[in-house]
Unconditional design. Structure first.
Length: 224
């Protein structure tokens, strides 16, 4: 699922995007902002996959704001003025939508973003220890829940501990590559060697399959 935020100085425009996101199952709108500084602070703490970003903002031009981000998510620019289109595409925008935004046009833009992200994103951005880590999917051995934290075990023998729920981390991971097998474990499907006696065998460890997740796990691997 694509995790996104929307930034626009017009609350009504944000309501339209919220409405369209609710109608589009591929996307989860995490938060909306009318203030660029607040959005910047949020992105420092909580990286997302996609921005819906208005260009004509009172504090700063949306394109300039996007250029200032240290970690740049994919972006769909929104504006009432078509003369910004070329400027928007000069920063590799996924799409550029003129207001008022129809649901059909919104869905087309989201589909472009989905196709783009599937092609180019093969890593996870996660904040831990006051740092932002870039973790390649291929480096993840498995993920374990630890109360209000998760531990991401990596192939280089290290691990990252982040304050995040299992629900939130599984939503950040591509469903074709990762599966939750237990309330305490998420694994990369490519590392599975066998399933036996309600356990999944990985090269590094054998993990239990929770009863709640068993049907989904079996269905996933029977269809592989």
């Amino acid at each position: 699922m694509i995790q996104a935020i929307a930034i626009d100085d017009e609350p009504l425009a944000l309501k339209v995007i919220e409405h369209h996101c609710k109608k589009t199952p591929e996307i989860k709108l995490e938060k909306t902002f009318t203030n660029l500084q607040e959005a910047y602070k949020y992105l420092e703490e909580y990286p997302v996959d996609l921005l819906f970003l208005d260009i004509e903002m009172p504090q700063q031009n949306g394109v300039d704001f996007y250029k200032s981000l240290p970690v740049k998510p994919s972006v769909i620019f929104t504006t009432a003025y078509d003369h910004y289109a070329i400027e928007g595409f000069n920063v590799s925008a996924v799409d550029y939508i003129l207001k008022p935004i129809s649901l059909e046009r919104f869905e087309t833009a989201v589909e472009k973003a989905k196709n783009y992200l599937e092609k180019v994103i093969d890593y996870l951005m996660i904040r831990a220890d006051y740092k932002l880590y870039k973790v390649d999917y291929s480096e993840i051995l498995y993920i374990e829940s630890l109360d209000d934290y998760i531990q991401i075990y990596l192939s280089n023998k290290s691990k990252i501990i982040a304050r995040m729920s299992m629900k939130n981390i599984i939503e950040k991971l591509p469903s074709e590559m990762f599966i939750r097998i237990h309330r305490s474990y998420i694994i990369p499907t490519a590392r599975v060697q066998s399933i036996q006696n309600k356990q999944i065998v990985l090269p590094e460890i054998t993990l239990p399959v929770g009863e709640t997740f068993r049907e989904n796990v079996l269905k996933k691997f029977e269809n592989e």
